[in-house]
Design a protein around this ligand. Structure first.
Ligand code: ZN
Length: 160
């Protein structure tokens, strides 16, 4: 799909949050939850630096959505995210009945970048959303974000 200006605004924000995460010592991932009428409801970035490796923004969004949105509102909402959901977050997204996911960069791009940087492999299989939650509609990746997000991962890796 072509990214609309609105969609680009939300993805830009997700990538901005990923940059904030790196600045805070976390991994470069950011995500935004947007309602059916385009309102940004909740946003977060990765918070794994405290030692809890499950502190992903997409999981935080799933939990927030269960607390604050009715099932129909969840289904009509869209999650914009700097990097495609991991298997854990894809599963959480599907379990709570959230709608579309728009991702700036893909899991396969991330795997290739991490391999090129000599970063340790992820402890979970690098499955795309479509493999874990095939009923969730998705759009992405968008090439215009690849270099910016790759650079965030490089900055994070360089810090050690
Ligand atoms: Zn995740």
């Amino acid at each position: 799909m072509n990214l609309t200006d609105t969609g680009r605004g939300h993805l830009d924000r997700a990538v901005e949050l990923a940059a904030d995460a790196v600045a805070a010592g976390d991994e470069p991932f950011g995500s935004v939850l947007v309602s059916a009428d385009g309102e940004r409801l909740f946003e977060d970035h990765n918070h794994v630096s405290g030692g809890d490796q499950t502190q992903h923004p997409e999981l935080a969004i799933a939990r927030w959505a269960v607390e604050h949105l009715a099932p129909a509102e969840r289904a009509a909402a869209t999650v914009y995210t700097s990097g495609e959901h991991c298997a854990m977050c894809s599963a959480a997204h599907a379990w709570v009945g959230l709608g579309r996911i728009v991702f700036a960069t893909s899991t396969s791009q991330l795997s290739a970048w991490r391999a090129a940087m000599g970063a340790p492999a992820s402890p979970i299989a690098p499955l795309g959303i479509a493999e874990v939650a095939p009923s969730v509609p998705t759009d992405g990746p968008f090439e215009e974000y690849a270099e910016r997000v790759r650079a965030l991962h490089e900055a994070r890796a360089a810090r050690g």
